[in-house]
Design a protein around this ligand. Structure first.
Ligand code: KIV
Ligand code: ZN
Length: 389
């Protein structure tokens, strides 16, 4: 198999920051960029320099402090955008300009009131402009998910001929099914003559909850870069979640043969940092980084987990920097979980004790969402007093 390295392109600071309420100032962006470099991502999309003086400054300051990771600035297929991105990236050790244009008929007709031939020319032109400033130019074909494959292949061929090093195939509206997105990537690989001169990139949105599945389908079909955000933040329903794709690739490394440079033990600390800085809570049942990702609540699961953690956990919490597995006591919990928790609190009860205590426990559990240690201590005190007297 060819090299299975998947480049992780983080766009938390650009697409992620587009979420209403998540705007960051330069200081916050620098802190997150340094944490992303430490996490091991390959590319940090630091912002959209032409969009505001504040974003220009953020990209400029991030470019000064990031040492090893590629720093990328977004632009439209417009010369002044590209000049602005190039100026903001001036101090970057590894600068990349990310430029592009909409290629679906929705964009060509409704947004640009244009034609396919004109857009094809503008696509190649913007890459040529960007190449005057940096070697590393990524082109995005916005709404590629709804762009007809034959035309998309012509665009991809033209931008690679113009010097694009990476070609981004965004499913901007999160429309594709995984097999369709995979087929689109495979179509480009099989039909664009100069495709080996560039890397194809997956940029999937989550409108149908398929962003992670689509990105994985894309790399299986031959793409070698995934664009993603911490906690899956992004426009509308969000972007591909970084922690999910990284862990999918790691979990299935044996069969798929892919790997990333991400230090997975930093995933939970990074998720918390982004959530706190952006003031955007993470849903409890979010894969890998949600509060319940390693919680076990029902009796059947708890019993199996206590016998062997792998019965109900495919990832060890420490592998992703989570606090640890949790046995949550609820009215659905069983005797083994109750005995385990009493033991942790220093009470050695035998089977008969637990049978009696379990009846009392259920009365408490039915009256509240979660039984806490204070409830258990109270149950134990009352029981021990009864047994002794
Ligand atoms: O979703 C999208 O198409 C984008 C591009 C600007 C890359 O974010
Ligand atoms: Zn996007």
């Amino acid at each position: 198999m060819a090299d299975g390295k998947i480049h992780i392109f983080d766009t938390t600071l650009r697409d992620g920051e587009q979420v209403p309420g998540c705007k960051l100032n330069t200081k916050e962006k620098i802190e997150l960029a340094l944490a992303l470099e430490n996490l091991g991502v390959d590319i940090i999309e630091a912002g959209f320099p032409i969009s505001s003086p504040g974003d220009f400054e953020s990209v400029q300051e991030i470019s000064k402090v990031i040492k090893n990771t590629t720093v990328c600035g977004l632009s439209r297929a417009v010369l002044k955008d590209i000049e602005s991105a190039a100026a903001a990236l001036k101090h970057a050790k590894r600068p990349r300009i990310h430029t592009g244009i909409g290629t679906s008929d929705f964009h060509i007709k409704s947004k640009f009131n244009s034609t396919r031939e004109d857009i094809l020319e503008r696509a190649a032109q913007c890459v040529k402009w960007a190449k005057n400033f940096v070697d590393d130019v990524e082109f995005y074909a916005e709404d590629a998910g709804r762009t007809e494959n034959e035309y998309l292949a012509r665009v991809v061929e033209a931008v690679i001929a113009a010097g694009a090093t990476v070609v981004n195939i965004p499913d901007t509206t999160g429309y594709c099914l995984p097999h369709q997105y995979g087929e689109k990537i495979a179509y480009l690989i099989n039909n664009v003559p100069n495709i080996d001169k560039a890397i194809l990139s997956c940029h999937c949105h989550n409108d149908l909850g398929l962003a992670t599945a689509n990105s994985i389908a894309g790399v299986i079909a031959g793409a070698r870069q995934i664009e993603c955000t911490i906690n899956g933040l992004g426009e509308r329903a969000g972007n591909t979640s970084l922690e999910e794709v990284v862990m999918v690739l790691k979990q299935h490394q044996q069969t798929l043969g892919f790997y990333t440079g991400v230090n997975t033990t930093q995933l939970n600390p990074m998720s918390r940092l982004v959530s706190d800085t952006m003031r955007m809570p993470v849903q409890a049942n979010k894969a890998i980084v949600g509060a319940n990702a390693f919680s076990h609540s029902s009796g059947i699961h708890q019993d199996g987990f206590l016998k062997d953690a792998q019965t109900y956990e495919i990832i060890a919490p420490e592998e992703v920097g989570a606090d640890g597995s949790k046995i949550v006591l609820t009215a659905r919990s069983g005797r083994s979980a109750l005995a385990h928790r009493f033991q942790k609190l220093g009470h050695q009860f035998n089977r008969n004790d637990i049978d009696v205590l379990y009846t009392e426990f259920l009365k408490v559990a039915d009256s509240k969402k979660e039984v806490e240690d204070t409830d258990l201590r109270e149950l134990a005190t009352v029981y021990e007093a009864t047994v002794v007297s």
